[in-house]
Design a protein around this ligand. Structure first.
Ligand code: BTN
Length: 236
């Protein structure tokens, strides 16, 4: 299904490279990134460690407000690909971080390309990483979670297949179906979460997502609040 796949030994960022291309369905992979990007302007440590650093461009003709649903949907696609590969016990921390036992295994970054309706989807997945002292949060890699060596190509092929099918299906999916699919993986539902809202630390119970993919939280005061994907980190 993907016909245009470029593989680099080393690159600044696979997402930057895909952004420089003008076609939809361009795929870029690298063994190592020197300037991997995460959400919120964070870095994504990208050592040469048999991990997956993947970016692809996708024509997006939907409403701009559906972009956050798409970003949730990509999380579901990755979670399902991992389940197909035999992983269990993983889930999604809103909006689309892949976690296993409270440790982060993968992250997803959606960016708009210079071309109006093209988006660039970047996926970083720890597959065979042994140690990396420069990562500032609890992390795990797929081989640790599976308790065995993992064939990265096998994971990658499954992931690419699922991405193509899932992204193609997105346009015809209803909001309630998307929400339902995402909810199956929701790790923070009914849990206490805290986050910074501007300068203020807020605490509340996560209640899932609304029709635009925003996280619904019932604050300790009883007040309901929803958060778009641009808010600062949620802690749980
Ligand atoms: C996050 O959780 O903050 C998102 C991390 C996304 C990392 C991937 S690795 C491949 C692609 N290229 C990048 O520079 N970032 C994404």
């Amino acid at each position: 299904a993907w016909s245009d796949i470029s593989v680099f030994e080393s690159i600044d960022s696979t997402s930057t490279w895909v952004k420089s291309q003008s076609e939809s369905q361009v795929v870029c992979l690298a063994e190592h990134q020197t300037a991997g990007r995460g959400r919120h302007g964070h870095q994504w440590q990208s050592p040469n460690a048999e991990n997956i650093y993947l970016s692809l461009s996708w024509q997006f003709d939907g409403q701009p407000e559906h972009l956050s649903l798409l970003s949730l949907w990509v999380g579901v696609i990755v979670a399902e690909a991992l389940a197909d590969a035999g992983l269990s016990g993983h889930g999604i921390k809103w909006p689309n971080d892949i976690y296993w036992q409270q440790q982060k295994m993968g992250g997803i970054l959606l960016e708009t390309s210079n071309l109006a309706s093209m988006i660039v989807i970047g996926i970083g997945l720890n597959v065979n990483m042994q140690h990396d002292n420069s990562i500032d949060q609890p992390w795990v890699s797929l081989n640790q979670a599976m308790g065995q060596a993992v064939d990265r190509n096998h994971i990658l092929l499954g992931l690419l297949d699922k991405l193509h099918a899932g992204l193609s299906a997105f346009a015809s999916m209803s909001v309630s179906e998307l929400k339902q699919q995402w909810q199956k993986w929701d790790l923070i539902r009914d849990r206490k979460v805290s986050f910074l809202d501007r300068e203020n630390k807020l605490v509340g119970d996560a209640l899932g997502v609304d029709d635009s993919g925003q996280l619904q939280v019932r604050l300790e005061s009883g007040e309901m609040k929803s958060f778009g994907t641009t808010i600062s980190k949620v802690r749980w």
